[in-house]
Design a protein around this ligand. Structure first.
Ligand SMILES: NC(=O)c1ccc[n+]([C@@H]2O[C@H](COP(=O)([O-])OP(=O)(O)OC[C@H]3O[C@@H](n4cnc5c(N)ncnc54)[C@H](O)[C@@H]3O)[C@@H](O)[C@H]2O)c1
Length: 255
């Protein structure tokens, strides 16, 4: 078994860190002592989150970096910059994503490609850029944020979104298969209805009522509950788990 560095020497890259779940994951990893490179589209939004989180942890343990994950060159450049600032990336949390609610009849080819470019391609570029140093160091954690939409076909989520998240599960399995026995684990989380703007703003009141009525636990998932799963998968405790998609769906589906 490979021996990882101490948590304080580990670097995580969390994409979509200015969003609700990315922020919660960043805060959780920071609480575990890990340095976090926070990626998102807007530097201003990242700075705001950094300032909020800096009240709870030293600001120098957070590195905001703005880039578009759907741009392959921007991804390689960002990984290099994070390397210069913080050292190699040990933990990659592919969390950035966009929701599209359109079902197939209303999904344009442009929308399809845009959703895939962000929800899948970005994770592919970043995995490709981070894996060589993880392999070299014989330790790494990749955590792909999938969705219950992949398993349900999308209750309120649209076709492009649901299929992109299915592909994210496929990417997780492929990379897990390629990296067994290297000290790297590759896992996914399939959340349903986390209390974020995707639910509170992008769903209509009618949709929200219908969704709550369907979720057996009778509530939405808290972003902090999601972050706990990220922290566990990122830790040494989860070293024997790879190629797993952890459901976080309040009992919507058992498998
Ligand atoms: N909210 C839910 O109920 C739910 C359920 C299942 C899965 N998810 C997934 O969890 C992840 C986080 O969702 P959230 O609800 O926190 O969303 P959010 O919209 O609050 O955060 C997503 C973040 O990704 C960033 N982003 C979007 N496109 C980007 C790009 N091209 N480059 C860099 N950053 C980009 C956004 O700026 C945003 O800050 C997403 O992948 C989402 O699909 C969410």
């Amino acid at each position: 078994m490979s021996v990882p560095s101490a948590p304080e020497q580990r670097t995580a890259l969390v994409t979509g860190a200015a969003g609700t779940m990315g922020r919660a994951a960043t805060q959780g990893l920071l609480a575990d002592g890990v340095r976090v490179a926070m990626a998102d589209i807007s530097l201003e939004a990242l700075e705001t989150v950094r300032n909020e989180l800096a009240a709870k942890a030293p600001a120098e343990r957070l590195y905001p970096i703005a880039f578009d994950i759907s741009d392959p060159e921007a991804c390689s450049h960002a990984v290099e910059k994070i390397g210069d600032e913080f050292g190699f990336i040990d933990i990659l949390v592919n969390n950035a994503g966009i929701l599209s609610k359109n079902k197939i009849a209303d999904t344009t080819p442009e929308e399809w490609h845009k959703v895939f470019a962000v929800n899948l391609d970005g994770a592919f570029y970043l995995c490709k850029a981070c894996l060589p140093s993880m392999r070299q160091r014989k330790w790494g954690r990749i955590i792909n944020i999938c969705s219950f939409a992949a398993k349900s076909g999308g209750i309120t989520a649209g076709t492009a979104y649901s299929v992109s998240k299915s592909a994210m599960i496929g990417l997780t399995f492929s990379l897990a298969a390629e990296t067994t026995a290297t000290g790297i684990t590759v896992n996914g989380i399939a959340p349903a209805y986390v209390k974020t703007p995707m639910v509170t703003e992008q769903l209509s009141e009618e949709e929200r009522q219908a969704v709550i009525a369907k979720i057996p636990v009778g509530r939405y998932c808290e972003p902090e509950e999601f972050a706990h799963v990220v922290r566990f998968l990122a830790s040494t405790l989860a070293g024997f788990i790879t190629g797993e998609i952890i459901d976080q769906n309040g009992g919507l589906q058992f498998d």
